[in-house]
Design a protein around this ligand. Structure first.
Ligand code: ATP
Length: 238
């Protein structure tokens, strides 16, 4: 079976500094895959490159059978690869609902959009309560919900989530990760970048550990949760 996303020997540089130094991984349809690792390991850079926001200096990315080389960001979204970015990037002056509908900007099917808006509000009831409120007045956790809901509005074949739990209280973090698990359970294919390694590994089918631009370890989430080096370095265990 060919994977939905195949990344092979990907390299990305900022000027002379190579941030991603030849990584390979894949995501099968229906899987949740996580990239974990130290700060500055190149995880966000990898997601930005897959989204078409950065141009790789080497390697190959195939998504749904298509080579993504040179495909601009808006076309990547149209192919079904959605990105909920680190730091959320919501539009603070627009209402919650306007932000949500921006996620459907490539679609013309009004009925489908209405169905998906309803689905988003069912998944995140808090957003329904606040739908006419400027998004900038939402709490951090609510903004994260909005960023995820907006990414889902293009009915992606692959949802990329960059640090969904960043800056959230433990309770809100649990809620967000439970929603990620729910999305996976309902068939959404997910590529998750996460600092909270325990939460990410607990829900991931497959996981890759990145350090300074390289994949240093990979395996099932379950296996890495019990790996000694992962436990020491990422799970805070002795
Ligand atoms: P974190 O978990 O801290 O967000 P990360 O694994 O997502 O880390 P990246 O944000 O991808 O890491 O950064 C990888 C490396 O590239 C870092 O050394 C970073 O300083 C560098 N880098 C990121 N963005 C730029 C940029 N715009 N210009 C130059 N260097 C950059």
């Amino acid at each position: 079976m060919t994977a939905l996303l195949e990344v092979e020997d990907l390299r990305v540089a900022y000027g002379k500094v190579e941030a991603v130094k030849g990584i390979s991984f894949s995501v099968e349809e229906g899987q949740a895959v996580t990239l974990i690792g130290t700060n500055g390991a190149g995880k966000t850079t990898t997601l930005h490159t897959l989204s078409g926001l950065l141009t790789p200096s080497g390697g190959r990315v195939r998504f749904a059978g298509q080579d993504l080389a040179g495909v601009p960001a808006h076309k990547v979204v149209a192919l079904g690869l959605a990105h909920s970015p680190e730091g959320r990037h919501i539009f603070p002056r627009l209402t919650v609902e306007e932000n949500l509908l921006l996620g459907a900007f490539l679609r013309k099917d009004a009925d489908g959009i209405a169905d998906d808006t309803e689905r988003a509000y069912t998944l995140f009831p808090r957003l329904r309560e606040r739908r006419i409120q400027p998004a900038g007045t939402l709490s951090g956790g609510e903004q994260q919900m909005l960023a995820m809901a907006r990414a889902l509005m293009c009915r992606p074949r692959l949802l990329m989530l960059d640090e969904p739990s960043m800056g959230l209280s433990p309770i809100m973090m649990k809620k967000i990760m439970a929603t990620v698990a729910e999305l996976k359970a309902t068939g959404t294919t997910i590529l998750l970048v996460e600092q909270n390694a325990r939460a990410a590994l607990s829900l991931a089918d497959q996981a890759y550990v990145m350090e300074t631009g390289r994949v240093v370890l990979s395996g099932s989430g379950e296996r890495l949760l019990h790996d000694d080096s992962v436990r020491k370095a990422y799970l805070g265990e002795e």
